[in-house]
Write a protein that binds this ligand. Sequence first.
Ligand code: AMP
Length: 272
Amino acid sequence: MGLAVQALTGLVSDMQVISSITAMERQSKGWAARGEKVGLVPTMGALHEGHLALIRRARRECRRVVVSIYVNPTQFGPKEDFSRYPRSRRQDLALCRQAGADVVFAPGNLYLPDHSTFVEEEQVSLGRDGASRPGHFRGVVTVVLKLFNLVRPTRAYFGQKDAQQVDVIRRMVRDLNVPVKLVIVPIVRDRDGVALSSRNRYLSPEERTVAVEFARRLQAAARRKGDPVAWLRRELKRLPGARLDYVELTGDRLCAAVFVGKTRLIDNERVK
Ligand code: AMP
């Protein structure tokens, strides 16, 4: 195949897809031995521009870029959407390649049948999403630490969209002396203001208009003087089609979650 044709079909990139744990370990051991800077972007797939912002940032800052794609069962509650979580492998791989990933690590399963060790953060993970989703952060922190051990990243990239996740992982890295630098990437929004999320695919057109209104009211609250929490709580309680989960000010971030139909949406904004 000529070079021009290769470029058109995207085959010039030699991105590797690794699904075995031992192959991933071998790869990262080699990079570590050569002192190469490795960036890890942990995802659950169903990739969108939010994920791509993380991958592109890693591409600019690291010699090697690994995107992990793994729908982690331990972070889903028994009544949550694990089995119907969107999966779009072919498209994900094409997007990773375009964004400049060197390796997509897509293990079939990261847990042995008798897996019995979990990492639990006991402070920052209380409240907000931790309160509505018991066990969620235990699953997140455990899988993130497993991924850190397998990939041995110099830097790991997370989105500000999941504000509490950032706080919990920061705490885990600090408390357990994990040798990785965390890089937090700003929230990527759609043109209508809605924070991009793989779960937005669940929304019907009517529900989407509720999601837009959720984002608008959050933005408006973050700009207001006075008590943004009380104001936003009142506004979201009044929003037809939405059921309020929480509104909370954590540091300088106004964080909120609502249910729209069966879909739970989270968002946050820095208070001005
Ligand atoms: P997920 O696949 O939902 O687990 O997300 C993987 C990573 O992408 C997490 O660090 C998320 O915070 C980040 N992410 C998801 N959506 C966005 C967004 N709209 N803007 C920025 N980062 C995002």
